[in-house]
Design a protein around this ligand. Structure first.
Ligand code: HEC
Length: 134
C-alpha cells in the first residue's frame, strides 16, 4: 500500500514537472513597424518626392530653393518654393501647383507636365507644397 502511494506521487510529480517545463515563451511585441510608419513620408508624398527629384529638381533644386546652376541661367528664374505666396503666379497650394503642372507658365521654361497624368501630378503637387513648408 505504501509503495503504491509513493509510486503514484512520483508519477504525479513528474507529470507536473513536465507540464511546467514546456511553457511557451511569451511573444514579444515589436514596435519597430509603427516607428517606421511615423518617420517615413506617406506613400503619395514619397512617390511625389521621387518624381520631383527626377523631373523638376534640375531647375528647382532638391529642396525647392531654385539654387541650381540651371536655375541661375534661366530668365525668368524658376520659382523658389520658399518665396511668399504673393510671388507665385498660380499660388503655392496643391490646387495652384496642379494648375501650373497641367498648363505650364507661358513665356518661361516651365512647360506643361500634363503628360505625367493626374495621379503623378497630384503626388508632385503635394510634395511641392510640402517643400514650401520645409
Ligand atoms: C527647365 C527648368 C524647369 C523645370 C525642369 C521645371 N520647372 Fe517649374 N518653373 C520653371 C521656371 C522658369 C518657373 C518660373 C516661371 C515664371 O515665373 O514665369 C517655374 C515655376 C514653377 C512653379 C511656380 C508657379 C507659380 O505659381 O508661380 C511651380 C509650382 C513649378 N515650377 C513646379 C515645377 C514642377 C513640379 C516641376 C517638375 C514636374 C517643374 N516645375 C519643372 C522652370 C522649370
Amino acid at each position: 500500500m505504501k509503495k503504491t502511494i509513493l509510486f503514484s506521487t512520483t508519477i504525479l510529480l513528474s507529470l507536473f514537472l513536465v507540464s511546467c517545463g514546456d511553457k511557451p515563451a511569451p511573444v514579444e511585441e515589436t514596435a519597430t513597424e509603427e516607428v517606421a510608419a511615423v518617420t517615413e513620408l506617406d506613400a503619395d508624398l514619397q512617390a511625389g518626392k521621387e518624381a520631383f527629384e527626377m523631373t523638376c529638381a534640375s531647375c528647382h533644386g532638391e529642396q525647392g530653393n531654385a539654387d541650381t546652376p540651371t536655375a541661375q541661367a534661366l530668365n525668368p528664374k524658376p520659382r523658389n518654393y520658399k518665396a511668399p505666396a504673393s510671388e507665385w503666379k498660380n499660388g503655392n497650394t496643391v490646387a495652384g501647383v496642379t494648375k501650373t503642372l497641367k498648363e505650364g507658365i507661358k513665356g518661361s521654361t516651365m512647360v506643361s507636365y500634363a503628360h505625367l497624368g493626374d495621379e503623378t501630378i497630384g503626388q508632385i503637387a503635394q510634395y511641392v507644397v510640402y517643400l514650401t513648408k520645409k
